[in-house]
Design a protein around this ligand. Structure first.
Ligand code: PCA
Length: 195
């Protein structure tokens, strides 16, 4: 069996829940060929990325799939790219709000995900889950995590990527799009099958 380290985040920005962790914790321990190692990350610059690297060192996974909330999105969106920028529109869970700071000093401007993002979208579409590629993971903690992991595992056999998920119905109110938790779980399950 292959091993995937899969992470979700704790709630941030005044929300009571984070759908990324709610969905990740409901996933089974095995999907197809994959054994899942599930971990929660703090929505805190530096700490989230450090925790993924620490768990990856301990678990030696074949793949790393980090999941985060992107309120306002309509579907589940595998991220194509991470950029070398920290620029926070809101404070993280420890009050840090960096502006125009690189993730890795002197690092390349961007990295592409090394997961099969297009196959992941096709697999979720086949399940009837709203989804699509995203070409920006933002410049907050999620992008930092993706950039850090891709930087660390560049040129190795460990593939890594990130998926953003929408708000849950109870977070979205009347105006914003959302996806029921069962659909997020079903979408992630389909995506993991094709890693
Ligand atoms: N989403 C944030 C950080 C934690 C999360 O779930 C982001 O998109 O950066």
């Amino acid at each position: 069996m292959k091993k995937v380290l899969i992470t979700g985040f704790d709630p941030f920005g005044g929300q009571a829940v984070n759908p990324s962790w709610e969905a990740v914790r409901l996933l089974p321990d095995e999907i197809g060929n994959w054994q899942l190692i599930k971990r929660q990350l703090p929505t805190v610059f530096h700490k989230a990325a450090a925790k993924v690297l620490e768990e990856a060192a301990a678990q030696n996974p074949d793949a790393i799939l980090c999941v985060g909330q992107a309120g306002g999105r309509k579907g589940i969106t595998p991220e194509v790219v991470a950029i070398n920028l920290r620029e926070a529109g809101i404070p993280d869970n420890e009050g840090q709000q960096p502006v125009n700071v690189p993730v890795v000093e002197g690092g390349p401007a961007a990295y592409f995900s090394t997961l099969p993002v297009r196959e992941m979208v096709k697999a979720m579409e086949a399940e009837g889950i709203p989804c699509g590629l995203s070409y920006s993971a933002g410049a907050f903690v999620c992008n930092e995590v993706l950039y850090t992991v891709l930087n660390r595992f560049e040129g190795t056999a460990t593939r890594a990527g990130f998926v953003h998920v929408p708000f849950l119905p109870q977070q979205a109110g009347e105006k914003l799009p959302s996806l029921p938790l069962e659909d997020i779980v079903r979408g992630l399950t389909a995506a993991i099958r094709v890693l």
